[in-house]
Design a protein around this ligand. Structure first.
Ligand code: SF4
Length: 414
């Protein structure tokens, strides 16, 4: 039996412990809604004098959010902002902010897939999570840390979400309320870490939503989706659940089937059929070798970039669908940026859209690496057994230092 009163007292105590601002990760799902709701109730019981440190409610918009969620979340964010500024922090509205972060233009899903030709992501080459989920939130947290010296990230992560999540949380379990985040001077506080699914729902359905939102509507959204896990607020690499989530990106090809979207359709959202067909097509063309880089590069490359004509085709279909459905699926800025990319490449001003770098490995073997996959900054475990750390760069125009640091690269033998 959960002692909600004790949980609220703990939240109050933690809030009053120091002066570090709170960055509350909000995804619109049940867990982050629960945490934010509890924070509202806990803080509203404190005196105004004690409510003196900042609260930032942070939502990460990947720009490829499931359209069924976009409307719902936007409304939630407006209501949270209004309630936070005019009620909870009425005495000093500046202390409460709701922030939506988006990926940088050069990092968006479409710019990478269509503009640069990255193959649709899969389990082994999941290039998107870092760019569209982790980096925007990390940058925001880093800026907050730079301004205040430190920050507390408040998350709705729970051990019961999955065995992986539980193991990860137990790894950090040092008996303290905070765990150190990988970002410097940032700490994570997970108030509902020990709650089970049914306890979260019981709380949401019994306790009124303090910003006037409808938790029953949230439940209906969940009912319309499948029985997968919720899309968590992801702030670190290695998050296992990204791509297997209920309300993740509608374009996600990391999963074989998007059961969530299938369920939305089965439950009446028939207009999503077009989205699903398109997503399935992105999944299929990834497996079709003729959609990828020329054959001379194929010997050892498992997933080369998409061909220019394939990328034009993706853009054409996407724009057609956007017009037909009257739902924004790609922004105008992205379209302009992508068109510049494609134009430069078709005019031969960019070599196949990708650069090639020639390396000599310590063994003496020469390998060529492909492209613009050179901006991977984090070593990955899964793809490519080869590390270029000790390799000698023998031919290229220029190479970013991130590239030579990367242990995950696309390469072929020469
Ligand atoms: S949900 Fe899928 S497409 Fe979106 S960031 Fe995660 S892996 Fe990439």
């Amino acid at each position: 039996m959960v002692n909600y009163k004790a949980l609220l007292s703990e939240i109050q105590e933690v809030y009053l412990t120091d002066t570090a601002p709170w960055v509350i990760g909000f995804s619109g799902g049940k867990d982050s809604t629960t945490v934010l709701q509890m924070v509202f109730y806990a803080l509203s019981a404190l005196s105004r004098e004690k409510l003196s440190k900042e609260i930032h409610v942070l939502f990460n918009d990947t720009l490829v959010e499931n359209p069924a969620m976009v409307k719902y979340v936007d409304k939630q964010l407006e209501e949270i902002k209004a309630a936070g500024k005019t009620e909870l922090f009425k005495h000093n509205p500046e202390l409460f902010s709701v922030v939506k972060v988006t990926p940088k233009l050069e990092d968006t899903f479409w710019v990478n897939l269509i503009g640069k030709g990255y193959p649709s992501p899969n389990r082994w080459f999941r290039w998107c999570t870092e760019r569209i989920k982790i980096n925007p939130t990390s940058n925001y947290i880093l800026n907050t840390v730079n301004r205040y010296g430190h920050a507390i990230i408040v998350l709705g992560t729970r051990k019961a979400e999955s065995p992986n999540r539980s193991a990860a949380m137990n790894n950090y379990n040092n008996g303290e309320r905070f765990r150190k985040h990988t970002l410097p001077n940032a700490f994570v506080y997970a108030p509902i870490a020990n709650l089970y699914d049914n306890e979260v729902w019981a709380y949401l359905l019994q306790v009124p939503n303090p910003w006037g939102g409808s938790n029953r509507k949230l439940l209906a959204l969940y009912k319309n989706a499948c029985s997968g896990g919720e899309c968590p607020f992801i702030i670190e690499t290695g998050a296992q659940s990204c791509g297997k989530s209920r309300f993740g990106c509608w374009v996600c090809t990391v999963v074989d089937r998007d059961k969530s979207m299938e369920n939305f359709i089965d439950n009446g959202d028939r207009w999503m059929e077009e989205l699903l067909t398109f997503r399935n097509w992105l999944y299929e063309i990834r497996q079709q070798r003729y959609q990828h880089v020329p054959s001379r590069l194929e010997s050892k490359v498992k997933f080369g970039p998409f061909l220019l004509k394939t990328r034009y085709e993706i853009l054409g279909k996407l724009l057609e669908m956007q017009e037909h459905l009257s739902v924004e699926l790609i922004t105008l800025r992205e379209v302009d940026y992508i068109r510049d990319f494609l134009k430069e490449e078709s005019e031969g001003r960019v070599e196949k859209g990708m650069k090639e770098f020639l390396f000599e490995l310590p063994t003496g073997k020469q390998v060529a690496t492909l492209s613009d996959f050179n901006i991977l900054q984090t070593p990955r475990k899964r793809l490519g057994p080869m590390s270029l750390k000790q390799a000698k760069l023998i031919k290229s125009q220029s190479v970013s230092s991130d590239y030579t640091q990367s242990t995950r690269v696309m390469y072929h033998e020469v």
